[in-house]
Design a binder for this molecule. Structure first.
Ligand SMILES: *Cc1c(COP(=O)(O)O)cnc(C)c1O
Length: 449
């Protein structure tokens, strides 16, 4: 076969930013996912496509579960729907024993539809409509109150409903992480959290079942969780002292980091991401060392999202073209845009060729296919000289991309799940123009007869 012509260029030798291993040159390829060839996946499901590995989800879940159950007697995970609410993905987590953690009426109903019992749905978030609250109260779900307006709405509802709402409050606090997430829930330091708890207890109309916090996301400091857990246990101890009431659970939310590298980070995410054991140690130590007596230890709930699914997700796609920019720099255009890779706004995503390449690389900018300047997948990467039609894999994209995606310029592609036997299943079909026609309406006067 005739070799493809690559226009020769002269590069200034540039040391770049070495890391502790010296200059990193990326020539590694990812040729398959769970034993299935990328080229075959693209042939079958089109380019681009999202691919999810159920085996990776299960392995990660086993690892996090072991980290916590080794250290604490009562642990329960609740799948954070907004991280990835494809029904098939949620059902994988439910089949592994996860409850559902939802932050809207839409997500709440999705969880019911996925067969989750009402009492195993945790309802978070600042936007719960009256209708949502009535449904959640009637189903016996765990309602995590976000603000006083919600608290009073629930109190009003207790006048007309026969069920006693099961509630917790979301608490925000100073954990040493800045900027502090203080817009959700009741603040600990200014006394609002304690005030809310007193109002719940004094009303006698609700059952206070737990205490909740979600201190942020991609938290690299496990100690922040120790501080948060200590503050929640402090509230639990004070409630017991004042009302002789024991809460059933402490919910530490989500927020564990992943091995993705943040933009501007000096070290790669693989080097900085704390292990599940480190997080588990911080959280469980704070609870077991508190004044809560051993027979009253609350269940520890975790709403881990990102860290449970990021590694399981891949985007596979194809090179559309190469160009020289005005300054001679190489640019490669691929068919995966930021509209389907929302997390590229804060991560330096790892991107690999789908077949072995020569060792020669060049400093390259990788663009998506959108006709918009911000469509940059990687601003600067040492990348092999791929040609039109060559395939690429973007790794570790399972969290948030399949929910925060934008319908912009192109249609959303197929999403494929590889099950634990290596069988593929389309779990969301590629959109077509008809997908959008279903929702659009044309006023009569704009219809030509
Ligand atoms: C988003 C969210 C989570 C999941 O957070 P991750 O950072 O993805 O682990 C958990 N709980 C609540 C309340 C959330 O809003």
């Amino acid at each position: 076969m005739k070799l493809k012509y690559e226009r020769p260029v002269i590069n200034k030798i540039n040391a770049g930013m070495p890391d502790k291993y010296g200059m990193k040159v990326q020539t590694k390829a990812i040729t398959e996912i769970d034993g299935l060839k990328i080229s075959n996946l693209i042939e079958k499901f089109g380019s681009p496509a999202y691919v999810l590995s159920q085996q990776t989800i299960e392995n990660t879940f086993t690892e996090v579960k072991r980290a916590f159950t080794n250290r604490y007697p009562k642990v329960q995970f609740a799948w954070s729907y907004k991280t990835n609410y494809l029904d098939a993905v949620c059902r994988v987590f439910h089949s592994l024993g996860s409850w559902a953690e939802v932050v809207s009426g839409f997500e709440y109903r999705k969880a019911l539809n996925n067969g989750v019992e009402g009492k195993h749905i945790i309802f978070n978030g600042p936007d719960k409509s009256k209708g949502d609250l009535i449904l959640a109260i009637e189903k016996g779900s765990l309602i995590h109150i976000d603000h006083f307006d919600e608290l009073y709405m629930i109190m009003e509802l207790t006048e007309v409903l026969s069920q006693r709402p099961k509630v917790a409050i979301r608490v925000n606090m100073d954990t040493g992480i800045y900027p502090q997430w203080d817009r959700f829930g009741f603040n600990y330091e200014n006394g609002e959290a304690w005030n809310a708890l007193n109002r719940i207890m004094l009303s006698g109309k609700m059952e206070l079942v737990g205490l909740h916090t979600h201190i942020g996301t991609y938290i690299l400091t496990p100690n922040a969780y120790a501080v948060a857990a200590a503050k929640l246990t402090d509230l639990a101890v004070n409630i017991n002292r004042k009302y002789n009431h024991k809460i059933k659970y402490i919910d530490m939310g989500g927020g564990f980091a992943t091995k993705n590298t943040l933009k501007g980070a000096y070290l790669s995410g693989a080097d900085t991401c704390p292990s599940f054991d480190t997080y588990a140690d911080a959280i469980t130590s704070a609870i077991v060392n508190s004044e809560i007596s051993p027979e009253d230890l609350p269940t520890l709930i975790l709403e881990t999202g990102r860290a449970l699914i990021d590694d399981a997700g891949y985007l596979i796609g194809t090179v559309l073209a190469n160009k020289r920019l005005a300054d001679g720099r190489r640019s490669t255009i691929i068919d995966i845009g930021v509209n389907m890779l929302f997390t590229s706004f804060w991560y330096e995503h790892e991107i690999y060729p789908a077949k072995e390449t020569s060792v020669h690389t060049e400093d390259t900018t990788i663009y998506g296919p959108l006709c918009m300047n911000i469509d940059v997948v990687r601003a600067a990467i040492q990348f092999p000289l791929l040609q039109k039609g060559d395939q690429v894999v973007i790794k570790r994209i399972g969290a948030y991309n399949m929910t925060q995606w934008m319908q912009f310029i192109t249609l959303r592609p197929n999403i494929v799940l590889i099950d634990t036997k290596g069988e593929t299943h389309i779990i969301r079909t590629a959109e077509t123009n008809d997908t959008f026609l279903q929702h659009e309406k044309i006023p009569d006067y704009l219809i030509k007869n």
